[in-house]
Design a protein around this ligand. Structure first.
Ligand SMILES: Cc1cc2nc3c(=O)[nH]c(=O)nc-3n(C[C@H](O)[C@H](O)[C@H](O)COP(=O)(O)O)c2cc1C
Length: 163
């Protein structure tokens, strides 16, 4: 097992223009992410690390916005599926059986209806580290809708939960 696991799995959502086969289209992406953390309390900031080859990196750099959606354990199958479907070629949310909602404060992103809580982040800094990019966002809105068991990744296809 990785020394820093289990880690909570969140779904990062973002949207923006993306060029595919020479055509620029509006894309929405959902990235299962275990590398994420609070970065400051005052002002509230949150950090995520995304693989530098992913479409999500381009979308976030361009839109300057992302949302971190914390998922209930009851949605573990959707979370697992989100790892193996690419947002570049499919409307990922439809395949996952999840539903998109507008953000409370951000215009250039969206949130997931089934999340137990979410953080709406405005990008303030990005920095490359090896094969990942660190994105730090100022939290402009946060909400915890439900106090439910969350999804944690252990190793490979093994997941666990709290309590
Ligand atoms: C357990 C697990 C944790 C992951 N954590 C991250 C992460 O923290 N950052 C990241 O960029 N990708 C992470 N990934 C890989 C992304 O989930 C994967 O690149 C993404 O689903 C690709 O979606 P896309 O093609 O729509 O961008 C993780 C994958 C798994 C299986």
């Amino acid at each position: 097992m990785l020394i820093y696991n289990p880690r909570q799995m969140a779904l990062v959502t973002c949207k923006g223009k993306h060029a595919l086969m020479g055509k620029s289209t509006e894309k929405h992406d959902i990235v299962p992410t275990t590398w994420h953390s609070p970065a400051s309390s005052h002002p509230p900031m949150y950090a995520i690390f995304l693989e530098n080859s992913t479409m999500a990196c381009k979308l976030i750099t361009q839109s300057g916005a992302f949302v971190v959606n914390f998922m209930p354990n009851s949605q573990v199958e959707s979370v697992k599926k989100a790892q193996v479907i690419s947002g570049e070629y499919t409307e990922k949310i439809e395949h996952l059986g999840l539903h998109e909602l507008p953000c409370e404060k951000l215009v250039d992103s969206f949130r997931i209806k089934e999340a137990v809580g979410w953080l709406e982040c405005e990008l303030v800094e990005e920095k490359s580290f090896g094969d990942h990019i660190l994105f730090v966002g100022r939290v402009v809105h946060s909400w915890m809708a439900l106090d439910e068991k969350r999804v944690f990744h252990v190793e490979g296809n093994e997941f666990t939960t709290t309590r």
